[in-house]
Write a protein that binds this ligand. Sequence first.
Ligand code: AMP
Length: 249
Amino acid sequence: MKVLVPVKRVLDYNVKARVKPDQSGVDLSNVKMSMNPFDEIAVEEAVRLQEGGTATETIAVSIGPAKAQETIRTALAMGMDRGVHVTTDEDLEPLAVAKILKSVAEAEGAELILMGKQAIDNDYGATGGMLAALLDWPIGQYANTVSPGEGSVEVKREIDGGLQTVNLKLPAVVTTDLRLNEPRYASLPNIMKAKRKPIEAKTPDDFGVDTTPRLTVVKVTEPKAREAGIKVDDVATLVDKLKNEAGVL
Ligand code: AMP
């Protein structure tokens, strides 16, 4: 089974996002960028499927600027076989990304697409669903456990208050949730080995995908700064403030 893992280069989750002065977006100059954490979980799962003998080949695909190659290299250092880099300097919307991923999946003959449930930079959480719909494949979202079977894959999904188990006929799309696994760190020898693994270079035009945006970002603002707390002298004052100032009682 060929497994395709889309990996996105995003602002590192430890970095505090700074909004650009003109409120047009987040300032990405001189900040640490990393693989989207949910995609790291997808890479780990793909590598485990290969180590377990289920996946015959694992391919990482990233759509983004030249530096997205580093994200693919990280996936290769974690153990994936090869990469596809679709170069664009535009910040593509989920539909355009899904259309490109569909073409890559078809060209590669992928049977399983393992991807993040959401990218932590824009929080769309939309690409997996769109991709499954475009391919007309079943989807198991928010995977907590992935168990491959004969021509199918069983996915335990994280839902409110528990887990739902679904069986998907292959080919299928699975999106990862936080508790699926703990991604490994790439060892130095594997980082060196990854430098020699092949990465194919493509562009959105190679797939004939129209990437024209369909929405306009009106503005991006920082969350309201938290106000400093106060100390109260007794319980009566606390209750009074909760009732009359905070309005939570
Ligand atoms: P989103 O719908 O933007 O929240 O992204 C959901 C998932 O789609 C991510 O976790 C990735 O697996 C995949 N994805 C989104 N954008 C890209 C991209 N530019 N390159 C590769 N994969 C992507």
